[in-house]
Structure formats: structure tokens, C-alpha cells
Design a protein around this ligand. Structure first.
Ligand code: PLP
Length: 522
């Protein structure tokens, strides 16, 4: 493809995407959020071996509807109510075109200065817009730092590794710990291990190698981290991959939101109990906006305990974080001053498409020390003064993700984002009123931030499961279930920017219709 052909076919591709979006909005297009498709159907449309000779673009283009669109789940369909939203906008799509066009890899400042510095600036903008503490800013005096990760899962993993390494470092210097090591059998064993590690460290440092003790499993063997039993599955997966013992704390209904959060008493009791058995509590991953029911672990309750007990506090606000831009949802930010690292998925609610998951550190300089492995070919003359983002992620390579934030915030503006989030919340509230109207349904928890959790009244889990499965087989709407402490319920999340009141009423009608049909069959 030469530049002229690229101009021509590129424009056709833009038209294709614009038409796709128009068809999503068109309620007469016959499109449903779920495709009518079985496993293997798409594979059958793709030859089992690659083409021997290049095909012309026209032939490829003609396959797009058949293979791609017809086989896609339409996340932006106005009647897609599953999971949590994934955001998008024309501005963000254009940013991705530009990112693909620049096609650079900005692992250090030198490898792409604009990628590094635009990321630093736009994340500082987000600190202002979300109302996060100033000390998170890249431009602040002090070691705060913001970086865009791909996902919340990646961010949690980075936070666990940083917290773990910081705790290893701290434990080595702790006078009480040193006394304890001298006085107890377990302490003596750990002292022995640390002694060896320290010796290795000195040798390694002398040989110019990075200190391996930060991530040495023999040191963090007794470490334990905490999260709510409502935390996303990614937290458990990350802990498992980091080789860290994790304890899920039982959540209970809180007074403020009537939802399932971790109480301060539960955290305190767990820390006490674990210390008594010789474990070293080092981290709490609090969730602001749980996936099951959009509950909030209250940072102003849990933060002081973390501070007092020396635990790193990481916040996973993957979904709810976007709502911080609206002052009326500011209650979720109480206690932010205790937070060591904070992450949310901008791609879940700010018209920014996947992937864009900002992660902030109170002390990024300290955290980056634990990820620093130097190589001659990566070093540059400005590394003492410039940001090298490679030190705060697992991968070396990174994309130009900040363009999406830059385009959206400049061209769309924050008020439009606020408006969309408020609409999402209002539509969910509308659904929460409509679904209980016929007396056959009840809410599992009060609606929160665009999510409604509901179930059939006086029905068991199996009956609710039949309803959920039948709704998805019907395909006119798409939603997913969840389960909290043994109770199965359905979740309706307002996901699409195109969802209107009529879609919410439609969802209620379809649920009533299918539920009546099921009831008439038993
Ligand atoms: N944390 C929470 C609270 C979530 O709701 C989700 C996904 O919805 C995740 C983490 C995982 O997100 P990601 O796909 O960015 O890893």
C-alpha cells in the first residue's frame, strides 16, 4: 500500500467505523448486543492457512462485516448492560490512529520525549479533574508520579510488587523487628535469611547488579496482604502471580451505601490475628466500586489503620474512579490522603477507549527503584533528570496512550464527561424504580453509579439463573449475573453512551416478559 492508497483506504476505514456506530444507534438496524453465533463459527470463515500471495485491499475490506462485525459482541449497543462499560469516542479513535502512525515505543524519555511528557502532563490534568491529592502529580515538588498502565490488573500487580519490595526494605531496618528477630525462634530464622540476603546484596551491589532482595521470596515468605472478599478476581490472580499470601476479608453491609465493604474492625482483627501467628501484614488493596455490586471500601476508615500498622494502601477504583470528576460522588474520595497508590480505568468512563489505566504513586521515585534493571542500550544522557517510564511497569515497550486523554479532554471537555456519567447514574436509578414496579423483583443493594443489582423476589438462586440465561439466549438485551455471599442476582450496568430512557424501559419490559414466560412454564 502506498501513501495515496493509504489515504484512500484509510478514509474508507473511517467511514466504515462511522457507519458501524450509526448502525448501533439505529434501533431499526436489527442489531442486537449479542451476535447470533456459536463457538467456531468465525473460525470457519477464516482459511486454515495464511494466503500464499497478497490479497487486494478490496477483498479484505469486504470481509469486515462478515467476519468481524457479525461476530462481535457490541459493547456500545444501547441495550448492552453487561460487565462494566468500556468507553470510546471519535476523538479517542483518532488518537489511536495517530499512535499507530507514530508507531514509536516510549520506554524512556529519549525513546520518545513527546510520549513521556504528554503522559506526565495529562496525568497531572487528571489529578486536578479527579480531585486527587496534589502529591500524586508528576510536576509536584516531591516524589509523586502518575503513569498509564494497560489495565487495572497490571496496575494492581505493579502495586503489589512495589509494596512487597518496600516492605522487604522496611522490615530489614525496623528496630522492633530486629528485636523480635533476636528474641523469637521464627525471628532468628528470618534473621538468618536476611543475613544471607544482605550479604548477597552487598556482593551484588558491588558487582553492579540490581539488588535482588527486593523481590526475594525467602524474605517475603511470611508476608500477607489483604483485600475484600468483593475485590475483583484480578487481585487474587495478581497476588498468586506475585507469590504473595493473600487473605480475603469478609465484607458486610455498611451504613452509608447499604453495600458490601470491609469494616475497620475486620481489618484490625485480621492484622492482629496474623501478627500473632508470625505473619507480616504489608498491604491492603481496597476497592472503590466493586465489580459485583459497586460497593466502596471506605478509605477514611481503613486508611488510618493502614498508616498506624505500616501497611501500603492501594486503591482499585477501576470503574468508580471516573465518577470522581463529579463533585456529588466525592464521598468516595474521603481518606485519599492515606493512599499510597491509586488506579482507575479511564477507559471505563471518560470517552477514552481501551486501554488507558492511570496509576499514581505517592512516592514514585521509591517505587521505581524496585523495577530498575539497567542495560547499556537503554541508558541515555538525560536519565538523571528525565522520566523513564520503563521503571514502573513490567513490559519495556509502551504505547502513546496519553493522546487519547489529550484529545478527549481538549476537544470534548470535562463537562460533557460529567454529563455522561450523571446520565449513566440517572438511567440506572430509573431502572431500579421500574424493575420493582410489578412487585415481582427486588433490589439486592441500592443502585450505585450506573449499576443496578436485582433479583426475583422469593426465588432461589437457580430460578434467578434461569432468568439470566434465558435473557441472554433471547439476545435483545445482554447482562451478566453475580453472587455475593451465596446470593445470586442479576446486574444491569448502563454501559453505552447511546442508551436512552426508552432502552431502560425496553430492558424492564423484556425482563418482565421473559420472567412471565418462565413462570407460566413451571
Ligand atoms: N477491578 C475492578 C473493580 C473491576 O471492575 C475490573 C473489571 O471490570 C478490574 C479490576 C479488571 O480490569 P482490567 O480489565 O483493567 O484488568
Amino acid at each position: 500500500m502506498d501513501p495515496e492508497q493509504f489515504r484512500k483506504h484509510g478514509k474508507e476505514m473511517v467511514d466504515f467505523v462511522a457507519n458501524y456506530w450509526a448502525s448501533l444507534k439505529d434501533r431499526n438496524s436489527g442489531m442486537t448486543p449479542l451476535p447470533d453465533i456459536r463457538p467456531g463459527d468465525v473460525s470457519k470463515l477464516v482459511p486454515s492457512s495464511p494466503p500464499k500471495n497478497p490479497e487486494d485491499w478490496k477483498t479484505i475490506f469486504e470481509d469486515l462485516d462478515k467476519v468481524v462485525v457479525n461476530g462481535a459482541t457490541h459493547w456500545h449497543h444501547p441495550r448492552f448492560f453487561a460487565y462494566f462499560p468500556t468507553a470510546c469516542s471519535y476523538q479517542a479513535i483518532m488518537a489511536d490512529i495517530l499512535s499507530g502512525g507514530i508507531a514509536g515505543i516510549g520506554f524512556t524519555w529519549k525513546s520518545c520525549p513527546s510520549m513521556t511528557e504528554l503522559e506526565m502532563s495529562t496525568l497531572d490534568w487528571l489529578v486536578d479533574l479527579l480531585g486527587l491529592p496534589e502529591h500524586f502529580k508528576n510536576a509536584a515538588e516531591g516524589p509523586g508520579c502518575g503513569i498509564i498502565q494497560s489495565t487495572a490488573s497490571d496496575s494492581t500487580m505493579i502495586a503489589i510488587m512495589a509494596a512487597r519490595a518496600a516492605a522487604v526494605e522496611k522490615v530489614k531496618q525496623e528496630p522492633t523487628f530486629l528485636n523480635w528477630m533476636a528474641a523469637t525462634d521464627l525471628g532468628k530464622t528470618i534473621k538468618g535469611i536476611l543475613g544471607k540476603v544482605r550479604q548477597n546484596t552487598t556482593e551484588d551491589e558491588a558487582s553492579g547488579l540490581p539488588p535482588p532482595y527486593y523481590h526475594d521470596p525467602t524474605v517475603f515468605e511470611k508476608f500477607v496482604m489483604y483485600c475484600s472478599d468483593q475485590a475483583h478476581s484480578s487481585v487474587e490472580k495478581d497476588a498468586m502471580l506475585c507469590g504473595v499470601r493473600m487473605r480475603k476479608l469478609k465484607s458486610s453491609r455498611d451504613a452509608e451505601l447499604g453495600n458490601f465493604s470491609v469494616s475497620k474492625e475486620t481489618l484490625e482483627a485480621a492484622i492482629k490475628e496474623d501478627r500473632a501467628r508470625g505473619y507480616v501484614p504489608f498491604l491492603l488493596v481496597a476497592t472503590v466500586g466493586t465489580t459485583c455490586s459497586c460497593a466502596v471500601d471506605h478509605l477514611d476508615e481503613l486508611g488510618p489503620i493502614c498508616q498506624q500498622e505500616g501497611l501500603w494502601l492501594h486503591v482499585d477504583a477501576a470503574y468508580a474512579g471516573s465518577f470522581f470528576v463529579c463533585p456529588e460522588f466525592g464521598y468516595m474520595k474521603r481518606g485519599m490522603e492515606y493512599v499510597d497508590s491509586f488506579n482507575y480505568n479511564a477507559h471505563k468512563g471518560m470517552f477514552i477507549n481501551f486501554d488507558c489505566s492511570p496509576l499514581w504513586f505517592r512516592d514514585g521515585a521509591h517505587a521505581s527503584k524496585f523495577f530498575n534493571v539497567d542495560a547499556v542500550y537503554l541508558s541515555h544522557e538525560h536519565q538523571a533528570t528525565a522520566y523513564d517510564y520503563r521503571h514502573l511497569q513490567v513490559a519495556l515497550g509502551r504505547r502513546f496512550r496519553s493522546l487519547k486523554i489529550w484529545f478527549v479532554l481538549r476537544n470534548m471537555g470535562i463537562e460533557k464527561i460529567r454529563e455522561a456519567l450523571r446520565k449513566q447514574n440517572e438511567l440506572a436509578r430509573l431502572f431500579s424504580r421500574l424493575i420493582v414496579e410489578n412487585g415481582q423483583f427486588e433490589l439486592f443493594v441500592p443502585p450505585h453509579l450506573g449499576l443496578v443489582c436485582f433479583k426475583i423476589k422469593n426465588a432461589n438462586n437457580a430460578q434467578n439463573e434461569v432468568l439470566c440465561n434465558t435473557l441472554n439466549e433471547d439476545r435483545r438485551i445482554h447482562l451478566v449475573p453475580s453472587n455475593v455471599h451465596g446470593t445470586y442476582f442479576l446486574r444491569l450496568a448502563v454501559c453505552s453512551q447511546f442508551t436512552k430512557e426508552e432502552d431502560i424501559i425496553f430492558a424492564r419490559d423484556v425482563i418482565y416478559e421473559i420472567n412471565s414466560k418462565i413462570r407460566s412454564q413451571v
